[in-house]
Design a protein around this ligand. Structure first.
Ligand SMILES: C[S@@+](CC[C@H](N)C(=O)[O-])C[C@H]1O[C@@H](n2cnc3c(N)ncnc32)[C@H](O)[C@@H]1O
Length: 478
């Protein structure tokens, strides 16, 4: 982070504006809106600033800027069209320890001002740290569009009721739930429609009933987080992540996805991390049940889809056995996400009419697979957790009739910015594994479709695979 974001309380604070043209006038309006006690120093005073001065809203000093003008001021804004003046204001302010912003000149500024959406008391500030101001303005327009015009009025109403709510609802959890009902429900709708009296009545009723609400039990959501790219989260997943009290997440859930969860939610990792023992499924079930039973709303966040090799079924059984409510939010499973990001269609009218999702995790599960059926032509196999089973996979598929020339693709860390795709044929699987030292998470795609999309894979790969191993055509890998 290049700049520390903060909102300043300027009410009654002496602030200095150097310059009195139209740009300075815009700055003056904002500073005055924040309650600053404003003095303007300039050689010439433009019409807008003169008007403000005539109404007693600013003091004006008509002469060149002097270092001593900074005395007693909290911050200074340099809004002249003279670079030398801007530089001297910044130099003097730096020496005096006064915050200085030179308009559109971050080199001569110790703070910069963001693009803002003002629905006071709600204010949204957006900054790219000066890197792309146009982008910041675009984002501001998007936010302007989605924020209801009267959302500031809603914030005022919340402020008015805050003490009463705090007094009535003793726990943080009960208060949080109450406010979520206010902001997501009929109170907000009434405010947005301009029916403030009705909103007050609804608020009062809600608070009156909230004793029951506060004693409500918790609930669980089993949420699919997709394979890594946060853009693949569903809207429902995002809503739940921003509502839940606790996020119970697996190792495969990416940090970019976790960053979207509510800031103050408790985050508990139940995945295996290097050097630490993984929680057993029984321990995870117990933790989930105990959190929900204690009244928490728990988002059980799982990589991909919770019901595809995600043991979501067992967690649901534990919740049902404990009589606790739950909801399942599907996610994009690794096969779909990784194949799409590698440009591989899992089915194709000409070469593959079916797709089988299977796991080859551990000797026991490999031995139980129906190899004769898996080795049939014109189908795609998407193998999860297969990295350590490549020799068996190659041997069994070819032994049961799948051609050694069948195309394959191994996708590691699919959909993330570290995605790596290695292509070859079934007969090359062992050599590729030797040469590339594939690391989990990785998925193996077997079938003619794996040869598609190699030329025009739309996702740039940052990490290219190592040199091809002896015995491999270099073109077999990209
Ligand atoms: C325990 S399973 C979980 C699958 C998950 N529930 C889903 O629907 O994708 C973990 C396996 O999924 C695959 N996988 C998950 N995310 C992946 C990714 N980003 N890239 C490649 N494979 C991935 C790997 O085979 C990994 O070993």
């Amino acid at each position: 982070m290049d700049y520390f974001p903060a909102f300043l309380d300027l009410k009654g604070k002496p602030c200095l504006l150097v310059g009195a043209g139209s740009v300075a006038a815009r700055k003056a309006t904002l500073l005055l809106a924040a309650g600053a006690d404003l003095t303007v120093v300039a050689l010439r005073i433009g019409a807008s600033i003169a008007d403000l001065a005539a109404h007693g809203r600013v003091k004006t000093v008509v002469r060149e800027f002097r270092r001593t003008d900074l005395d007693g001021h909290w911050l200074v804004v340099a809004a002249t069209n003279d670079t030398a003046v801007q530089q001297s204001v910044f130099a003097a302010a730096s020496e005096a320890g006064v915050f200085c912003n030179s308009v559109d000149d971050s080199d001569n500024s110790s703070y910069i001002t963001p693009a803002i959406v003002d629905r006071s008391p709600l204010v949204v500030a957006i900054s790219t740290g000066g890197a792309a101001p146009v982008l910041a303005r675009k984002i501001r327009s998007r936010i302007e569009e989605i924020l209801p015009a009267r959302i500031g009025r809603l914030a005022q109403l919340a402020h008015k009721w805050r003490d009463r709510v705090r007094h009535r609802l003793s726990t943080l959890l009960a208060r949080r739930r109450f406010w979520e009902q206010v902001f997501d429900g009929r109170v907000a709708s009434a405010v947005y429609a301009g029916r403030i009296d009705a909103a007050e009545t609804l608020m009062s009723d809600l608070l009156h009933d909230s004793d029951n609400a506060s004693s409500q039990g918790g609930e669980a959501w089993l949420v699919g987080a997709g394979p890594g790219d946060p853009g693949l989260l569903t809207l429902r997943a995002l809503q739940i992540m921003q509502t839940a009290d606790v996020i119970l997440y697996d190792r495969l859930v990416s940090t970019q996805v976790l960053d979207l969860a509510r800031r103050d939610a408790d985050r508990i990792s139940v995945g295996k991390t290097p050097g630490c023992r993984a929680n057993s499924q029984e321990e995870i079930n117990e933790l989930l049940v105990s959190l929900v039973a204690s009244g928490k709303r728990v988002c059980r966040l799982k990589g991909g889809d919770p019901f595809i090799f995600g043991r979501g079924g067992e967690e649901v059984e534990a919740l049902v056995a404990a009589g606790l409510p739950y909801e399942v939010v599907p996610g994009i499973t690794a096969a779909a996400g990784c194949a799409a990001y590698a440009g591989i269609p899992l089915t194709h009218r000409d070469v593959s009419q079916s797709v089988v999702l299977l796991t080859a995790h551990g000797k026991n599960s490999v031995d139980k697979l129906d190899w004769p059926s898996l080795a049939r032509d014109r189908q795609t196999l998407a193998m999860y957790m297969a990295v350590h089973q490549f020799p068996t996979v190659m041997q069994e598929l070819t032994r049961h009739g799948r051609s050694v020339n069948t195309p394959i693709a191994i996708i590691e860390r699919g959909t993330t910015d570290q995605q790596r795709v290695t292509r070859g044929t079934l007969g090359q699987l062992n050599i590729l594994a030797e040469a590339n030292k594939f690391k989990a998470p990785a998925i193996l795609i077997v079938g003619e479709v794996a040869a598609l999309g190699a030329e025009d894979a739309w996702l740039d790969q940052e990490n290219q695979p190592p040199q091809s191993a002896p015995g491999l055509e270099k073109s077999a890998i990209y």
